[in-house]
Design a protein around this ligand. Structure first.
Ligand SMILES: Cc1cc2nc3c(=O)[nH]c(=O)nc-3n(C[C@H](O)[C@H](O)[C@H](O)COP(=O)(O)OP(=O)(O)OC[C@H]3O[C@@H](n4cnc5c(N)ncnc54)[C@H](O)[C@@H]3O)c2cc1C
Length: 427
């Protein structure tokens, strides 16, 4: 083993690349090593090969550089002027994947296409072990491991597809294994489900698609909404400060959303969401997760307006409320309002989303680090706490619980700079 590097960044998605870039800017003399796992491309969101998969954040807000959030837009202007991108556009995710790859390739450290399988404290810092057996010691480690894997559906087997992105990758460039009269069931109606529906249509499948989710509704769409005026913003802040618990907070939000454009109210919360979440306390946070998480997600994680219009115009696409379960014997059923209905499908795509509630189960590196006592689970069980050891940092979705907004690029680039700046100050 060689001398310790100053920083190891584990994860090659937006959080990992933003951390590598922040280290280059803030600590140009550091020796840095990056690991990104073996999954090709940038996943889950940016690996789609089809331009129908579009960002749900406007192009000028997706930059990886916290000091210059329009970096992605500038990159597109400089490298792809023929794409004629304008501020406010919701561009293909694959373009963001290209930008990520370009920025990752530009960092001096380089990023190894290998997973880290073990991390232990050792003299001089942390010992990381790659899947191929390579070892490396780092003085500091940033874990940027992304979304937890979804929770497998008990009893599900073919035609059930537990990882829709892996299925998508497996059928790139080959005909889809579907006959025109086949029926597809999509479980969940969030952004992954939207991608699957659009992708199936783009690949020529015109047959019936049934989408089932507990709420039975798509995410809302973006629309122009001028920010709240300063006076309304102050009143909103005061009302939220005075509100008690999750229910009181929801009451304030509903009242303001009735008086002002609701998108402006939701957007006004963005900068303070994590502080307000922390102030709720554990029991109220649990209540939010039980009763308001789906509602919040639909209004907060909005999609491009023309994407929603395409879904709504699709006559062979049906979205219904209910819970999907797999009975003994493999029968797939929809349960809703006390009724149980069997569903037949040639393909079932499980798009129930990241398993925040089971983030620490299974055999991921994060779960193992919790079991080994390197990291502590957050009491909500949805992620981990800020590590007690200041030379270890966790960024992104694994912080869900301690933070509420912690998965989108605007938050990730802030976390990256904050972590590296803290280390540089303490170095
Ligand atoms: C369908 C969908 C659409 C989305 N659209 C948007 C959007 O438009 N805008 C937006 O801001 N956000 C969007 N998101 C949120 C998205 O999760 C984030 O933008 C972003 O991908 C999170 O970045 P990350 O780096 O934290 O995680 P990821 O992008 O998931 O990256 C995690 C990285 O860690 C690596 N890794 C994991 N384990 C190991 C290991 N043991 N060793 C080494 N490497 C490891 C993985 O290989 C990967 O490189 C979307 C999410 C989904 C699911």
């Amino acid at each position: 083993m060689t001398d310790p590097v100053d920083l190891a960044v584990v994860g090659g998605g937006p959080a990992g690349v933003a951390t590598l870039l922040a280290a280059e800017t803030l600590a140009p003399d550091w020796r840095v090593a990056g690991w990104r796992g073996t999954v090709p491309g940038f996943l889950p969101a940016y690996g789609g090969n089809d331009p129908v998969h579009r960002l749900n954040v406007a192009v000028e807000r997706m930059g990886l550089d916290a000091a210059a959030p329009i970096d992605f837009y500038d990159w597109l202007q400089a490298v792809h002027p023929e794409r004629r991108v304008r501020p406010g556009d919701f561009v293909p995710r694959a373009w963001f994947g290209e930008y990520l790859a370009h920025r990752a390739a530009s960092v001096r450290a380089g990023v190894r296409p290998e997973a880290v399988v073990a991390l232990d404290r050792c003299a001089g810092g942390w010992r990381l072990q790659g899947a191929g057996g390579d070892k490396l010691v780092a003085r500091r480690v940033a874990l940027c491991l992304g979304m937890p894997a979804g929770v497998p559906m008990p009893g599900a087997s073919s035609p059930w597809v537990g990882d829709p992105w892996a299925w998508w990758r497996a059928h790139q460039g080959a005909p889809l294994p579907l006959a025109p009269s086949d029926r597809v069931l999509v479980v969940g109606s969030g952004l992954t489900a939207v991608d699957m529906v659009l992708g199936l249509r783009a690949r020529g499948f015109a047959g019936p698609i049934e989408v089932v989710s507990t709420g039975g509704r798509w995410s809302t769409a973006h629309a122009p909404a001028p920010p709240l005026d300063p006076e309304a913003r102050d009143r909103l802040d005061d009302a939220l400060d005075a509100a008690t618990g999750a229910r009181g907070t929801m009451r304030v939000l509903r009242r303001f959303a009735a008086e002002h454009p609701w998108r402006a109210v939701v957007d006004a919360l963005r900068a303070d969401t994590n502080a307000r979440w922390a102030a709720l306390g554990l029991e109220e946070q649990r209540r939010v997760m039980r009763h308001a998480f789906g509602l919040w997600n639909r209004h907060r994680h909005r999609m491009a307006p023309d994407v929603l219009a395409t879904l709504e115009a699709d006559r062979a696409l049906r979205l219904r409320p209910g819970r999907i379960a797999v009975e003994d014997g493999g029968r797939i059923v929809l349960r809703h309002a006390g009724r149980t209905e069997a569903l037949d499908a040639a393909l079932v795509l499980d798009c129930r989303g990241p398993g925040f509630r089971a983030a620490l189960a299974g055999d991921s590196l994060l779960a193992r680090l919790v079991r080994d006592g390197v990291l502590q689970a957050h009491p909500l069980g949805t992620g981990v706490q800020t590590p007690a050891d200041p030379t270890l940092a966790v960024l992104g979705a694994a912080r869900f619980g301690e933070c509420f907004e912690t998965t989108a690029v605007p938050e990730l680039r802030q976390q990256a700079v904050a972590v590296v700046a803290r280390w540089v100050e303490g170095a």
